[in-house]
Design a protein around this ligand. Structure first.
Ligand code: ADP
Length: 474
């Protein structure tokens, strides 16, 4: 089990930071090392070539004896541990050299000699030199093979002590610097990641404080408009929504309790009466009928709630089909004519022909009849109710149900779509407060909507829209 600290983002960021920084420093060091050694070797090569040029000149002027003397003198002047000279024939036979005690392990490198003979181009070679008298310790030397006269080859070598000392110093600096880089980059990475993640800590602290009873708490928004500020904003928006949801659940459970209580109380009353009174069979029948009626209303409410929940959760059992909306609305309106006559309400309808939609017939019928039922229910005798079906703008279908009834206060026009919400002025009429909620849920499941506005004079105008496309006009 990895300890929690090693799984934190701060730790991982620090590791990445230190890792990237150290690897890049390492790459820079290595690059610099190659460049610097290249410069040193180039300088040595230059020096060796100058010596070879010098030998050529001397051979031309003073012959082989001059060259022989030059080899000894040059080596003595520069230091016999620093440089050596050997003059040889192209077959590799040495005929003159400087003092070679220090360089005894240096042989003629056949491959280099052959390459020189073949290309007649000077050849450089870096070789290890063993010091037999110093416990076989090894140092590096840069060796040049070059023609200094037509049949004379010069083998000259320069101890790479500058190179070696540079390498030693460089290794020490590299070790120290890398240690420093690792420590500093770890500290710096830790500091940076802690600073960058400090906002997350604030959010975590706030979130810890938030429990069911302290949903009022909000995460501090810095206003920097960075990722963490955006996270804080999104988090606060989520809390707002959760709070609103919990509030609506509280309200809904209050409403459910209230609205279910009355019919249950009435049913219980009927049953109690039947128990204590000794009435005629006729009266028992009437009590049973009342009980059935109340139970039906109760069942209807429960069923409606179930349908709303199912559709809300996307589990509504819709059967989409090509639906002749004009015909359906006309047929439904005709059914309301007797009711209009009974209630003395002026009822008119205007239905545009040939409007077809792709929708669930039963559901659309349910939503539509709820709007018209309400219009009749909340309109007094002598007033009027009208229905219009037409193509609206952008090929939307508009179903308008208008009445001159009791109307709805502007402040309540959104609330009436909540489950169980009923306006005060409508309480004289029977109702559950669920019909509009279901109607809107159905409309939205068809990618449409229901809205309400006030009538010019009095009453309300309900607008049911069904958009075109798969769920709209065909
Ligand atoms: P209800 O069964 O109470 O009618 P609805 O969900 O259909 O339930 O309507 C919710 C509330 O909206 C009603 O109780 C009423 O207060 C208001 N309302 C709906 N339609 C109308 C209307 N045409 N005129 C006035 N108020 C209405």
């Amino acid at each position: 089990m990895i300890p929690r600290f090693f799984r934190t983002i701060a730790f991982r960021l620090t590791l990445w930071y230190a890792g990237i920084f150290s690897v890049s420093s390492c790459v820079v060091f290595i690059l610099f090392y190659f460049l610097a050694t290249q410069v040193i070797v180039n300088q040595m090569d230059q020096e060796l070539l100058e010596k070879a040029g010098f030998f050529s000149t001397i051979i031309q002027r003073k012959g082989m004896t001059g060259a022989n003397n030059l080899a000894v003198l040059e080596a003595q002047a520069a230091g016999e541990k620093k440089i050596f000279f050997r003059l040889l024939y192209p077959n590799g036979q040495v005929f003159a050299s400087s003092h070679m005690a220090y360089w005894s392990s240096i042989q003629i490198h056949q491959a280099s000699l052959e390459s020189l003979l073949k290309t007649r181009q000077h050849v450089f070679k870096t070789q290890d030199v063993q010091l037999k008298h110093k416990g076989n310790s090894v140092f590096k030397a840069r060796i040049l093979y070059d023609f200094v006269a037509p049949e004379v080859v010069l083998q000259t070598g320069l101890a790479m002590d500058t190179y070696d000392s540079f390498l030693g110093a460089y290794k020490r600096i590299f070790g120290l610097s890398m240690g420093f880089v690792v420590i500093v980059s770890t500290l710096f990475g830790w500091f940076l990641s802690k600073k960058a993640l400090s906002g997350v800590d604030t959010i975590t602290t706030t979130v810890k404080k938030i429990s069911g009873s302290t949903l009022d708490e909000r995460v501090f928004e810095t206003g920097n408009e960075d990722e963490l500020d955006y996270l804080a904003k999104t988090f606060n928006e989520m809390l707002d929504r959760i709070q609103a949801l919990i509030k609506s659940i509280h309200e809904m459970s209050d409403n459910i309790a209230h609205d279910l209580k009355s019919p249950v109380t009435r049913i219980r009353g009927f049953a109690e009466l039947a128990l204590i009174q000794q009435d005629t069979m006729e009266e028992y029948r009437s009590m049973a009928a009342n009980t059935i009626e109340e139970s039906d209303r109760l069942l209807d409410m429960i069923n409606t709630m179930l349908v709303i929940s199912k559709v809300d959760a996307g589990q509504g059992e819709f059967v989409f089909e090509r639906l002749d909306l004009s015909r359906m609305i006309k047929g439904a309106c005709e059914l309301y004519l007797p009711l209009a006559e009974d209630t003395n309400i002026h009822f008119s309808y205007e239905v545009e022909d040939s409007i077809t939609v792709y929708a669930d017939r039963r559901m659309i019928q349910r939503a539509f009849s709820n709007l018209v039922d309400n219009a009749f229910k909340y309109t007094d005798p002598g007033e009027s109710v009208s229905v219009v079906l037409k193509k609206g703008s952008q090929e939307c279908i508009h179903i308008i149900v208008e009445d001159t009834g009791i109307g709805i206060d502007p402040g309540e026009r959104e609330s009436i779509f909540q489950r169980f919400y009923r306006t005060d002025r409508s309480r004289t009429k029977q109702g559950s407060g669920l019909g509009l909620s279901l109607a809107r849920t159905i409309a939205r499941a068809h990618h449409g909507d229901i809205t309400v506005t006030g009538n010019n004079t009095k009453g309300s105008v309900f607008l049911l829209t069904l958009p075109h496309g798969n769920f709209g006009v065909i």
